[in-house]
Ligand binder design. Structure first.
Ligand code: DP6
Length: 359
């Protein structure tokens, strides 16, 4: 794949109207992206599982824009959503050089999530990747050259990254790496790539998300990334992430679950430690988050079963385990962890196969 696949395309036919639609999943990072440089490039490489059940479905219809006509109309779950619409207007405006045709059309965008919007789980990865796929699809429709699948996904990942960094990783089956890493050939800060050099046990891994709190976070991820700029531990963190990437990749290849769990949990705890020691420091975990982490560790110690946790930038706990131990671990989650989540909320997910085009 050449880097010309990232370049804007020449467009011609302004009479074109049409509709495109994509379903795109969320993803959960194992090596975390935390800290960025301009423009939305990561300070370290990250790797994630692509999820299957937590998805955003977005359709986008477009027609040539007439003078004075509204540029973008956005509906979330059938309702007009002014706040999201504003974010999309900003996103489209920021893409004016990348996608010069954007200003020539007007758009009606309709979006919905499979997971409850209020569950407090990050939706920007699925939302921004679904939108980026729609934009790249329009680009294909109106451009003089059609990008083939590999180049199309690379371009969509690049466009998604400009909306939300972690969204760049939602486009590929099973696992994805974003950020230049000495361990991963063809990896790049500009876009994510598929990562497939993994033991088969990881292809059917589960990720059950215990919703500990669905309150709005006190500090957004964007603000959290900014705070890494003044964090005295930042250089040590970026060195740790580099080392952890090498170790995690070797565990993914060999199927060494102990090493996998050690690195994944260290990454989750480091992410929250970095929040606590930034200036100002803040805490996104809740008391029940810690109780769940302790219970997972003691259950693992007592049973030797491979069950691990990770966290994103919030209080909810992602419980990771291989399908081979599903029955025993589901019983444990139900009997010991579920009551620690808010109103027994759990989102059961697993490693998935990536986005799907539906229009
Ligand atoms: C903790 O991708 O939400 O989930 O690029 O500012 O949109 P922006 O941030 P975002 O950050 C995600 C942070 C994380 C770790 C990860 O997904 O790698």
């Amino acid at each position: 794949m050449s880097n010309s696949s990232l370049q804007p395309v020449t467009t011609s036919d302004l009479r074109t109207t049409g509709e495109v639609g994509w379903i795109s999943p969320s993803n959960i990072a194992l090596i975390k992206y935390w800290g960025k440089k301009s423009v939305q490039k990561p300070m370290n490489a990250s790797i994630s599982f692509t999820l299957a059940e937590a998805t955003t479905k977005t359709s986008l219809s477009f027609k040539p824009r007439k003078n004075g006509e509204r540029w973008i109309d956005f509906y979330f779950e059938e309702q007009k959503q002014a706040r999201f619409e504003e974010r999309i207007v900003q996103y489209f405006s920021s893409l004016s050089e990348e996608m010069p045709f954007l200003g020539d059309y007007s758009y009606v965008i309709k979006s919905s999530n499979t997971f409850p919007h209020s569950a407090g789980i990050a939706s920007s990865a699925s939302a921004m990747s679904a939108l980026a796929l729609c934009l790249c699809d329009i680009e294909n429709v109106i451009s003089e050259e059609i990008r083939q699948e590999g180049d199309f996904l690379k371009r969509a990942s690049f466009i998604a990254r400009l909306g939300s960094g972690s969204a760049a990783r939602s486009l590929f089956p099973s696992m994805s790496v974003w950020g230049k890493s000495e361990h991963v050939a063809y990896s790049s800060d500009e876009y994510a790539i598929a990562y497939s050099n993994i033991h088969e046990s990881f292809l059917s891994f589960h990720d059950d998300v215990l919703i500990v709190s669905d309150e709005k976070k006190s500090v957004s991820s964007s603000a959290g990334h900014q705070l890494m700029n003044g964090n005295p531990f930042a250089p040590v963190r970026y060195a740790q992430a580099k080392k952890n990437m090498g170790l995690l990749l070797s565990s993914l290849q060999s199927g060494d679950l102990d090493l996998f769990g050690k690195i994944v949990e260290e990454e989750a705890l480091t992410l929250h430690a970095l929040m606590m020691c930034s200036d100002p420091g803040y805490i996104l975990m809740k008391p029940n988050t810690l109780s769940i982490l302790e219970k997972i560790r003691s259950f693992r110690q007592n049973t030797s079963l491979p069950v691990f946790f990770t966290l994103d930038a919030g209080p909810n706990v992602h419980v990771l385990y291989p399908d081979s131990e599903r029955d025993k671990i589901e019983t444990f989650i139900k009997s010991e962890l579920l009551s620690l989540s808010q109103s027994n909320q759990i989102i059961k997910d697993h490693v998935g196969s990536g986005p799907e085009k539906f229009i």
